[in-house]
Structures are given as C-alpha cells and as structure tokens.
Design a protein around this ligand. Structure first.
Ligand SMILES: [Zn+2]
Length: 163
C-alpha cells in the first residue's frame, strides 16, 4: 500500500481489526519510508460497477461518495455512525447484487433517499429537498455543496411548503 505522505511503496501492518458492523477490516499501517501512520479499510466488493451520471458521463462506483453524502445529511443529527455504515453497506450490497454493470446515479440517489427516510427525518428532508429540486442535468453528488449551507429554518420552511 503506497504511503499517502511520501508515496513510498511499502508499509507495514501494525494492527488489524474488524469495524464495528463487521463489514470491513481496518488496518493501521506504518510507512517503511517516512514512518507515517495511516489507516486502510478492506471491504468485500462483489463486482465492479460503473455509475452513469448526467450527460452520460461514467465513473467507477465509489462507496466513499455515498458515505460523504449520507454523513452530510446527518450532520449534527443524533444518528450513530454505526447506523450510517449499515445504511451505506446496504446500498452498496444492493447495487452490487443488482446484476447490472452500469447503474444510473439517479437510482443511487433514490436508494440514499429511501435509506435516510427510515433513519432520520431531518436528514431525509435535507437530502430529499435538494435532490428533488435537481433537474435531469444534475446528479445527487451536487447535493453536498447545496446542503452545507442549508439552515434549520430553511429545512422547516421547505418541509411546511411540501403538499
Ligand atoms: Zn511515507
């Protein structure tokens, strides 16, 4: 594993343990070049999936992007990290078992929305209010930049404006 600090090619595993929800292995590593410590995660990936974004752009599926969107939606909400991990793992499993080599980002956005709905109403509204405003030309990742500035008052306002 290449060191993220000095790009040295070798690192030693100092510690290895399963994550709380037991879906990944967390390894503490130390660079053999500069001695820096960093952490890597090992997860099951059933198959390679490509995400089709707006304008037919394609990119490899990345769990991290969903993790970031979900974490942002749940910012300062009383939702345990473990629940978020479970939600993201569930979505990842669904995507990988769908059997499609390509998945539209829209489909992933819907899965995130549905998962958040069951987890926390405020997080759901944050995500859904931004996501549903999107036109076809945009995709759910833009949610991240939009939601950051959304105040509690605005969430309230959007919620009460909903039919
Ligand atoms: Zn290094």
């Amino acid at each position: 594993m290449r060191c993220p600090f000095c790009a040295h090619d070798n690192s030693q595993v100092k510690d290895s343990r399963p994550s709380e929800d037991n879906t990944s292995i967390r390894r503490r590593r130390q660079c053999e070049g500069c001695g820096a410590r960093f952490t890597t995660f090992e997860r099951v990936q059933l198959r390679e999936v490509v995400v089709v974004k707006s304008g037919e752009r394609r990119e490899p599926f990345e769990r991290l992007k969903i993790e970031q969107s979900v974490a942002l939606a749940c910012r300062k909400r009383p939702v345990a990290q473990e629940r978020l991990d479970q939600l993201v793992s569930g979505i990842q499993r669904q995507i990988e078992t769908m059997g499609d080599a390509e998945v539209p980002s829209k489909v992933i956005g819907e899965m995130v929305m549905e998962g958040l709905r069951q987890l926390d109403s405020v997080a759901y509204i944050r995500f859904a209010s931004v996501y549903r405003d999107f036109t076809e030309a945009r995709d759910f990742e833009e949610f991240a930049s939009s939601v950051q500035e959304m105040s509690a008052e605005e969430i309230q306002r959007r919620e009460s404006a909903r039919p």
